[in-house]
Design a protein around this ligand. Structure first.
Ligand code: SAM
Ligand code: DTB
Ligand code: SF4
Length: 328
């Protein structure tokens, strides 16, 4: 039954029709003996990707803090006391030098993040210049700016944006427990706008927020059942930040996290699955399990947006130990 669902997906990654991953079928994957699940995920991974190549992206927060939204996990919401300073949009030359440094240390994609509900037109214009200049350095460009209004995705496309990151974050029925200032439907509308103009979609979520296994499967079902699944699927492990409502949530079991990566790989065989936030707290062995389970992308560099990430020396050493090469 599971193989059947995999067979329905054409090599192009475009879904053939009415077939869908049910939440139950994905829960069944999660319930497999660990070794069987990893074997399936590795098999799918090897059929579609070089198993020893991992794509590296570097993140930069171009506009930090003071966000009007109430996302319960986020240190950048103006509603929580987290110690994150509210900063203005960064200057163009600073962004370009950060991108050059990221390229020189081996990143192939540069992702610019802004703590906005969505960009106003006067916010978007300087960001378009950043995208043009980062692209001119030979990097792939990615931006995550919140919800887009009509016409904004077109402008981003024209500026040379390759990827737009916009996460669904969790299952629809858990969304309201985490965020009240926007709806799931709002997120889906922005994702449609991005897809419609031909920008690659980067869309995933966060686990470890107190959701159930079936809700983790529910997030993956939303992603895998899109008419065209996202090209890139970030799986974040909640980074608990003091002052946010989700600080103090019971930590997710490490094997359950690896199972989530494996289920993402099996249900989205053509997508890059990114092992995203949370790596600082993971052992090398846990990260290796994630790569074996089909993760083939990471954020690279000491910082995510406001929180820490392993330093490049640790990642280089890990890649060397595992025989992984960074890929473009
Ligand atoms: N404001 C925009 C938005 O919400 O789409 C873009 C930036 S927002 C920080 C990007 C993503 O970061 C969120 O969708 C969420 O998945 C992730 N994120 C934020 N805080 C996190 C945390 N503490 N742990 C893990 N992921 C987090
Ligand atoms: C994504 O899925 N994870 C990244 C990126 N997209 C923008 C962000 C992680 C943020 C972790 C918390 C922080 O550093 O503020
Ligand atoms: Fe704002 Fe994005 Fe953080 Fe939500 S996740 S509070 S929208 S920066």
């Amino acid at each position: 039954m599971l193989e059947q669902t995999i067979d329905f997906i054409k090599p192009s990654g475009v879904r053939t029709g009415i077939e869908r991953w049910s939440v139950d079928a994905i829960v069944t994957l999660f319930e497999l003996p660990f070794s069987d699940l990893i074997y399936r995920a590795q098999t799918v991974h090897r059929a579609h990707f070089d198993p020893n190549a991992v794509q590296v992206s570097t993140l930069l927060s171009i506009k930090t803090g003071g966000c009007s939204e109430d996302c319960g996990y986020c240190p950048q919401s103006a509603r929580y006391q987290t110690g994150v300073e509210n900063e203005e949009l960064m200057a163009l030359d600073e962004v370009v030098s950060a991108a050059r440094a990221a390229r020189d240390s081996g990143a192939s994609r540069f992702c610019m993040g802004a703590a906005w509900r969505g960009p106003k037109q006067r916010d978007l214009e300087p960001v378009l210049k950043m995208i043009q200049q980062v692209k001119a350095l030979g990097l792939e460009t990615c931006a995550t700016l919140g919800m887009l209004k009509e016409g904004q995705a077109e402008q981003l496309k024209q500026a040379g944006l390759d990827y737009y990151n916009h996460n669904l974050d969790t299952a629809p029925e858990f969304y309201g427990e985490v965020i009240s200032t926007r709806t799931y439907q709002d997120r889906l509308e922005t994702l449609d706008r991005v897809r419609d103009v031909g920008i690659n979609v980067c869309c995933g979520g966060i686990v470890g927020m107190g959701e159930s296994r079936s809700q983790r499967a529910g997030l993956l079902a939303q992603l895998a059942n899109m008419e065209q699944p996202p090209e890139s699927v970030p799986i974040n492990l909640l980074t608990q930040v003091e002052g946010t409502p989700l600080a103090g949530t019971e930590a997710l079991d490490a094997f359950e996290f690896v199972r989530t990566i494996a289920a993402a790989r099996i249900t989205m065989p053509h997508s890059s699955v990114r092992l995203s936030a949370g790596r600082t707290g993971m052992s090398d062995e846990m990260q290796a399990l994630c790569f074996i389970a089909g993760a083939n992308s990471i954020f690279y560099g000491e910082k995510l947006l406001t929180t820490g990430n392993p330093d490049v020396e640790r990642d280089r050493a890990l890649f060397a130990k595992l025989g992984i090469k960074g890929m473009n």
